[in-house]
Design a protein around this ligand. Structure first.
Ligand code: NAP
Length: 551
């Protein structure tokens, strides 16, 4: 932890993940007095915390890394097409060390509260080590999937073996050899873990509430020669990401689904299924996302693939989602996931059939029987998008609490500002372009926009900037409107704010969490706002005209 007696900064960034690292780089390049407060003991956010076996990118590594530094691009060698968590954490540390950013970061300090002081036009932050820090601007880089949620099951404290949420996978590692292991959940995280540990554990029981559509990751190593080629094409690669809706190299097939003969559709799907990454989802026909019939046809194609890979037909049917079509929830990419169920030591327990009653001292009780385990892994997801914001007592003008304002779902301006909460920025907030795209591509866009806004503020001697109510209402209406055409609105997933473990987020109420307009449209919109003298943002000038940003 950086020892500092300073209690006031021009900018405080909360969170030292992918966004926080780039944010502090940009701020300190300008000589701005800034610090990062991070609750964990190290930097890296998602890649610091999620240390479960099998954790890796499902974005191509070279599209996930930062694009801002030619030196980093030249020096870093991605070893796999989809790099694993330890390597990803090494990468983020490499970037931080290269630019000597660690000296601006304070670890093991969680922000409990951020209160806007209207008289002084600054934020007062309460840190869990007892300090109060102040800053003119606060930047929330708290992550969208950083608040893990556990089931609300009786007896969880009674279990005598080891149990943990995947986000808190013990840093020293867990020896699974020969162990009787239970995993609850079959989301993207569990699907990575199950494929990885099936042949290492003694017995593995997977407790599945609803199956998830999933397709092969098709990972492979990156040789020196391939890396040299990637380096020579970085400009091209990032340009392709900027053109694509999802911020990936994968661009949708723009041919009208129903005008393409079925054999050609099948040929495309056969090709995409065998290719690496999200092509099967994002280089597919656009109708998959919005047309029931197209989606049903493609879902049936994937269902057949599952039937081909899983030997027992009863298990195969249980692994095929029946309540939603392919791609309307976040698609997990897998390695040997379906083959895991062909092993004698892996057992699927369908808890829709035999409900999960409680955790016992020795394992899990379902409505059918008791199971004994050495280890229970809770892979039960996150209080997504707004969870990390709700964990901080954020109060804006008139003492309004952000968690009250967002009780029924977030409302923002461009996903980066909030009416009633001046001088608060979110480069990758709810409803921002980053939320549903290849995350770091969206993060760089968001950080750059926030930096331009801050420079505008400093240049003009302003001390307060706030989104207008009207601008926020228009943006939130736009985000909401886009859900109306997407099949995703019908799915029970974090895209729509569903989480059975969080009070108020159970079934029944959609939260308009993510911007679905795609990267090019998002960038055009935020650039137009900036180009139009930040239309939708009101500024207050410093009456003393001595707005200072330096240390
Ligand atoms: P998730 O997708 O929300 O999945 C949680 C799983 O736990 C679901 O199968 C859910 O069942 C189940 N579950 C939750 N509460 C339960 C309960 N009380 N009883 C029984 N089952 C319960 O969470 P995740 O797998 O951690 O993934 C979250 C997101 O993280 C992903 O969508 C992705 O965006 C990101 N992620 C990314 C990567 C990567 O980039 N490589 C890897 C992993 C995760 P229901 O479906 O019935 O709710």
């Amino acid at each position: 932890m950086v020892i500092t007696d300073k209690t006031h900064f021009e900018v405080i960034v909360i969170g030292a993940g992918v966004a926080g690292i780039y944010q502090i780089k940009r701020l300190t390049d300008l000589g701005v007095s800034a610090t990062v407060l991070e609750g964990s003991a190290g930097l890296g956010g998602t890649w610091y915390n999620n240390r479960y076996p099998g954790a890796r990118f499902d974005s191509e590594s070279y599209t996930y890394g930062y694009s801002f530094s030619r030196e980093v691009l030249d020096e870093w060698h991605w070893k796999e097409k989809f790099s694993s968590q330890p390597e990803n954490l090494r990468y983020l540390n490499f970037v931080a060390d290269k630019f000597d950013l660690r000296k601006y970061m304070q670890f093991n300090c969680r922000v409990d509260a951020a209160i806007f002081d209207e008289a002084e036009n600054l934020w007062r932050l309460k840190v869990d080590d007892g300090r109060e820090l102040t800053c003119r601007f606060v930047i929330l880089a708290v992550g969208l999937l950083s608040t893990p949620t556990l089931p609300r099951l009786e007896g969880m404290d009674d279990f005598k073996g080891r149990s943990f949420h995947t986000y808190y996978w013990p840093h020293e590692g867990v020896d699974l050899t020969g162990k009787k292991v239970a995993i609850i959940g079959t989301g993207a995280t569990a699907i990575q873990i199950i494929g990885e540990i099936a042949d290492k554990v003694g017995e593995l029981h997977v407790f599945q509430r609803r199956p998830n559509w999933s397709a092969p990751l098709n990972n492979s190593p990156i040789s020196d020669a391939e890396m040299a080629d990637i380096r020579s094409r970085y400009d091209e690669i990032f340009a392709a990401c900027a053109r694509s809706p999802g911020g990936f190299e994968h661009e949708p097939d723009r041919r009208p689904f129903f005008e393409v003969p079925r054999e050609e559709r099948l040929a495309l799907w056969d090709k995409l299924y065998d290719e690496p990454g999200f092509g099967i989802w994002l280089a597919n026909f656009r109708e998959i996302f919005i047309n029931e019939e197209a989606n049903a046809e493609f879902s049936e194609y994937i269902a057949d693939r599952i039937r081909q890979r899983v030997k027992d037909p009863v298990t195969a049917e249980k692994l095929i989602p029946k309540d939603h079509g392919f791609g309307v929830q976040r698609v997990p990419l897998e390695t040997k996931y379906f083959e895991a169920y062909n092993r004698d030591n892996v057992h699927l327990v369908d808890i829709k059939e035999t409900s999960l009653e409680r955790i016992t001292e020795t394992g899990i009780r379902t409505s059918e029987r008791d199971y004994d385990f050495d280890i229970i892994i809770y892979s039960t997801g996150f209080d997504a998008i707004t969870g990390a914001f709700d964990h901080i007592d954020i109060r804006g003008l008139g003492g309004e609490k952000l968690r009250d304002k967002w009780e029924d779902g977030p409302s923002t301006f461009l996903g980066m500002m909030i009416h009633g909460f001046p001088n608060l920025l979110m480069p990758n907030g709810p409803q921002s372009g980053a939320a549903s795209t290849n995350y770091p591509r969206g993060i760089e866009i968001g950080v750059n926009w926030c930096m331009d806004l801050l420079e505008h503020i400093w240049k003009n001697g302003y001390i307060r900037a706030e989104a207008t109510q009207d601008a926020e209402e228009r943006w939130t209406a736009e985000v909401t409107k886009m859900y109306a055409i997407m099949l995703m609105r019908k799915a029970k997933s974090w895209f729509t704010g569903y989480n059975s473990n969080v009070k108020g987020h159970e079934e029944g109420k959609i939260r308009y969490f993510v911007y679905n307009g795609g990267t090019p449209k998002y960038v055009a919109t935020i650039d137009a706002v900036a180009g139009n003298n930040y239309e939708g943002v009101t500024f207050v000038a410093d009456p003393t005209n001595k707005s200072k940003k330096s240390a």
